[in-house]
Design a protein around this ligand. Structure first.
Ligand code: SAH
Ligand code: SF4
Length: 379
C-alpha cells in the first residue's frame, strides 16, 4: 500500500546540473571534484557535444558506476517543445518552453548551400523597437547558457545532424537574431558561443556565427575581441530623430557613436564585414534620400547591406514598402558596390516574424481559458 503524500520522506532531491550550461573548464571542475580523472570530463564532453547523447547509459566508454554517478548529478536536457511549425519552404519554427514555464522561439532556415539556425538570447526584450513584435512582450528575462545552447542541440536532434561536424551537416550557421538583445545578456551569450565553437563538439567557426544587436555600443568591442563573430547591426534609420523612434536605444547611443564602434570592430576586413540590417517601412525610411544618407553613413566601413521586408504582425503600426520601392532601394545600394541585399521572406505561412509564434500561442491559450486578449502595444 502506498503511503499518503503527507507521510512521504521530505528530504528534497537535489536538482541535477544541466551540463549544457557548463564550459569545458567548468565541466572538468565538476568531474574532478567527484574524484574522477580529467579525461572523464573529456569523454563526457564528446558524448554530449559531438554525438548529441542525452542518456548517460549510452556513453559506452564509461563504466557503469561512473554512468550512474553522472546520471544522478547531471542532465543534458534540451528545452521542451511547446509548438513546432514547418513551412512549405522547409523553414521550421519551434516555440520552446523552459523549466520555469517561460517561452522563446528558434527558427531553422534551410538554403541551397547552408542551413541557418536563428536563436533567442532572452525571453522577450527590454527594448521597444516600434516595428518589432518581441518588443511588445512584457515578460523579460535572460536565457541561461544551457537554454541558449539547448536551442542548438534541439535543432540538431530534429535535423538528425549528429555526429557534429559531419560533411553534409544541415545546421551550418547560427544567427543571434531571435528574441532579445544578445548584448544585454553578454556573459551567457558569450559562454554559449564559446561552447558551440569548441572544436571537439559542435565546432561551428566564428565565421559561421552572427550576432545581431540594436546597438549596445559599450559591448561591441569586447564582442569582437572575445568572440570574433560576425556583427550585424539593426540600423533601420540613418537620422537620429527617426532612429530614436524606431530603435529607441538610439537615444542612449546615437548614430555617430554606433558608427564609430562599428568602424573599430576588431578584425574587420573585406572578408569580414559588418551586416547592416535595414527593415523596409513604407513611407518611413525607404526614400532615395534615405538610401543616399545610408550609403554616406557607412562609407569606408567593410559592409554588407541586408534589406528586410517588414514582416507585419497583428496591430503593427507599419506597412512593408512596395516591391518596386525595395527594388529601387536595392539597386541604388548595389550600384554603390554592395551585393545581393534583399532578404527573402521565409516561413511567412508559419508566423516567422520574431515573437509572433509566442504571442499567437498566448492568444490561443487565453481564448481557451476565457481570459481577454491584452491589447497589442505598438510602443
Ligand atoms: N535584438 C537584436 C536581435 C534580434 S532582432 C536586434 O535588434 O538586432 C533580429 C532582426 O529582426 C533585427 O534586425 C530586427 O530589427 C529585425 N526585426 C524585428 N521585427 C521585425 C519585423 N517585424 N519585420 C522585419 N524585421 C524585423
Ligand atoms: Fe529587442 Fe531587437 Fe526587437 Fe528591438 S528589434 S525590440 S532590440 S528584439
Amino acid at each position: 500500500m502506498s503511503l499518503p503524500a503527507a507521510n512521504m520522506a521530505t528530504t528534497p532531491v537535489p536538482s541535477r546540473v544541466n551540463i549544457l550550461g557548463l564550459s569545458r573548464a567548468a565541466l572538468e571542475a565538476e568531474v574532478t571534484a567527484l574524484g574522477l580523472p580529467k579525461f572523464r570530463a573529456q569523454q563526457l564532453w564528446r558524448w554530449v557535444w559531438r554525438h548529441g547523447v542525452t542518456s548517460f547509459d549510452e556513453m559506452s566508454d564509461l563504466g557503469k558506476p561512473v554512468r550512474d554517478q553522472f546520471a544522478e548529478l547531471f542532465t543534458a536536457d534540451r528545452p521542451a517543445v511547446s509548438r513546432r511549425l514547418q513551412s512549405v519552404d522547409g523553414t521550421i519554427k519551434w516555440l520552446l518552453r523552459f523549466a520555469d514555464g517561460n517561452e522563446a522561439e528558434s527558427v531553422y532556415i534551410p538554403d541551397k548551400d547552408r542551413g541557418t539556425l536563428c536563436i533567442s538570447s532572452q525571453v522577450g526584450c527590454t527594448l521597444t523597437c516600434s516595428f518589432c513584435h518581441t518588443g511588445t512582450q512584457k515578460l523579460v528575462r535572460n536565457l541561461t547558457v544551457d537554454e541558449i545552447c539547448g536551442q542548438v542541440l534541439l535543432a540538431m536532434d530534429e535535423l538528425a545532424d549528429w555526429p557534429a561536424g559531419k560533411p553534409d551537416r544541415r545546421l551550418t550557421n547560427i544567427v543571434l537574431m531571435g528574441m532579445g538583445e544578445p548584448l544585454f545578456n553578454y556573459e551567457n551569450v558569450a559562454e554559449a558561443i564559446r561552447i558551440v565553437m569548441c572544436g571537439e563538439g559542435v565546432a561551428l567557426s566564428k565565421r559561421r556565427i552572427t550576432l545581431s544587436t540594436s546597438g549596445v555600443v559599450p559591448e561591441i568591442k569586447r564582442c569582437g575581441d572575445d568572440l570574433g563573430v560576425n556583427l550585424a547591426i539593426s540600423l533601420h534609420a540613418v537620422r537620429d530623430e527617426l532612429r530614436n523612434e524606431l530603435v529607441p536605444i538610439n537615444r542612449k547611443y546615437p548614430l555617430a557613436e554606433l558608427i564609430e564602434a562599428c568602424r573599430n570592430y576588431p578584425g574587420l576586413s573585406n572578408a569580414r564585414r559588418i551586416t547592416w540590417e535595414y527593415v523596409m517601412l513604407d513611407g518611413v525610411n525607404d526614400s532615395d534620400e534615405d538610401c543616399r544618407a545610408l550609403l554616406r553613413l557607412i562609407k569606408g566601413i567593410p559592409s554588407k547591406l541586408n534589406l528586410i521586408p517588414f514582416n507585419p504582425w497583428p496591430g503593427s503600426p507599419y506597412v512593408c514598402s512596395s516591391e518596386d520601392r525595395i527594388n529601387a532601394f536595392a539597386n541604388r545600394v548595389m550600384k554603390a558596390g554592395y551585393a545581393s541585399p534583399v532578404r527573402t521572406p521565409r516561413g511567412r505561412d508559419i508566423l516567422a516574424a520574431c515573437g509572433q509564434l509566442k504571442s499567437a500561442s498566448e492568444r490561443d491559450r487565453r481564448q481557451k481559458t476565457g481570459v481577454a486578449n491584452r491589447p497589442t502595444s505598438s510602443a
